[in-house]
Design a protein around this ligand. Structure first.
Ligand SMILES: [Fe+2]
Ligand SMILES: [Fe+2]
Length: 278
């Protein structure tokens, strides 16, 4: 098996719509959300024009991932409530759901679990946009999907190495691809014009100490990723539960009671994550 220097593939990956393995639905969403100056009403029209997507959006906004009190029954209402960057992230998450199930069993549950936990912690910390942090949780491992789709043999080798050497998947990725899924996710997040804070969360979720713009948000997703693994919720590419970065843990300053409360939310979303399979 030949290793690949994924850094040489950046332009190819950024041009996601030309990748043969990426499904049409993901490309369609990617095109709309990546359009410069795209507005909420354009996105709303796009969603409403697709009945299957409409159903999925409503199911998602009414799930534990967002947890609005009361049912939201119209797409335009949901989109107004959530705001541009959250809606963009949500659509991507939804569009990639099926493919996540196919390429890595458990990655969807891992991502949804992480979104639920990240939002709960962001609320605890009084952040002004917990939904955006939750999108960070939903999309933090997006790079894995692309690596698995486009470089399946190499990615399977990385997973095998991670399992046999008992290392984190991102370390095995670095051995095989020279870079990790965080970098791949970052290239795409930039391409989709996500806000800088969200880009940084994706980029630094395995090294939260490097976060400069959004250290708290990054620490939240870093911790959520580990918490979800520790609870055996879904699968993120390796069976490890890594240590929490000490500085991130200090920054979060969560009490035992806080963590228990967050875990309760995760548990009660467990059923629902499966039902989001639509
Ligand atoms: Fe990751
Ligand atoms: Fe993860």
């Amino acid at each position: 098996m030949d290793n690949i220097d994924i850094r040489t593939q950046r332009t190819r990956i950024e041009n996601i719509n030309a990748l043969p393995t990426v499904p049409g639905t993901v490309k369609k969403v990617s095109q709309v959300i990546g359009r410069p100056g795209v507005t909420l009403s354009e996105i709303s029209q796009f969603v409403v024009g697709d009945p299957a997507l409409t159903t999925k959006v409503l199911k998602m906004v009414n799930s534990a991932v967002y947890g609005f009190p009361g049912r939201i029954s119209s797409v335009s209402h949901a989109i107004m409530l959530l705001g541009l960057s959250v809606v963009k992230g949500l659509l991507l998450g939804i569009s990639v759901f099926e493919i996540m199930q196919q390429v890595m069993a458990g990655l969807w549950d891992h991502s949804v679990g992480c979104a639920v936990v990240a939002r709960a912690i962001a609320e605890k910390k009084g952040l002004k946009d917990p939904e955006e942090v939750s999108v960070g949780g939903l999309l933090h491992d997006f790079g894995k999907v692309i690596l698995m789709l486009e470089y399946q043999t190499q990615y399977e080798e990385a997973m095998k190495q991670a399992a046999s050497r008992k290392t984190a998947i991102f370390e095995a990725e670095r051995a095989v691809f020279q870079e990790t899924h965080s970098a791949v996710g970052t290239w795409l997040a930039e391409r989709w014009r996500f806000p800088p804070n969200l880009v940084e969360v994706i980029e630094c979720h395995h090294r939260p100490g490097s976060a400069r713009k959004a250290p708290m948000e990054t620490a939240i997703v870093h911790f959520s990723d580990i918490l979800v693994r520790a609870r055996g919720f879904g699968f993120g590419g390796d069976p490890l539960v890594p240590a929490v970065h000490p500085a991130a843990f200090d920054l979060l300053a969560l009490t035992d009671a806080d963590i228990r409360e967050v875990l309760d939310k995760l548990e009660s979303s467990r059923e629902e994550s499966g039902s989001l399979s639509l």
